[in-house]
Ligand binder design. Sequence first.
Ligand SMILES: O=C(O)c1cc(C(=O)O)c2c(n1)C(=O)C(=O)c1cc(C(=O)O)[nH]c1-2
Length: 251
Amino acid sequence: MTASRTAFEDRLREIGRQRYHDKHPFHHLLHSGGCTADQVRAWVINRFYYQASIPMKDAAFMSRVEDPALRRAWRSRIEDHDGTDAQDGGIERWLRLADAVGLDRDYVASKDGVLPATRFAVDAYVRFVRDKSLLEAVAASLTELFAPKIHAARIEGLLANYAFANERSLSYFKNRLVEAPKDVAFGLSWVLDYADTAEKQDAAAAALIFKTDVLWAQLDALHAAYVEPARRPPGAWDPGTYLRAHAAKAS
Ligand SMILES: O=C(O)c1cc(C(=O)O)c2c(n1)C(=O)C(=O)c1cc(C(=O)O)[nH]c1-2
């Protein structure tokens, strides 16, 4: 049976309550000050891959949209990350964070050293948006309903616990506090409008669950590779090797 708009929205929010990555132990470690400098660096390197892929997935989405009004509503997402002539975007702000934690921003931007599971999860999201229905693609973006809370907790936790944290290095998250609610207000009402049968509601809910898995899998990979007992896959960023290579570059 098709659920009412309110009941369907509750169903989507319940998915976040149960499955969003704010519950992942790596985030607890990060926000509480429990991460070493190298664990923070590993997070910055891997998460860059997600950041860099988001505007690509939004471009993939827009390439399939025939309705100009929907494309117009969506395109600010790309500018939010890529920036404009007048303003830096999220990718540049993420690289400022990379500078602040003592990483070479060119290394981070090269996407070298990213964990295989991070690539698999993020690439799966881009492909999902490219291949599935527009409804499923928009529904998958609705994890952003739950993001402002984690961004606020992150700003507070990082400022309290790490010397690198300040207004400039954390500007990425401050901007998202404004950008995400705008995106998600549009995305949520679009999904509530278009999911007008039980089948479509089920497909949208499944898409949101898929996306929570994309986020969770990235943190699982990070935790497995960088929290003791660390199991680092071949080719992953290794603090010791990186330090030696960069010391050699600097001398
Ligand atoms: O830090 C986070 O926990 C977090 C989560 C998510 C999310 O829920 O997918 C996004 C972001 N940040 C984010 O910064 C961002 O730009 C973003 C875009 C999207 C998307 O699916 O289109 N999710 C997210």
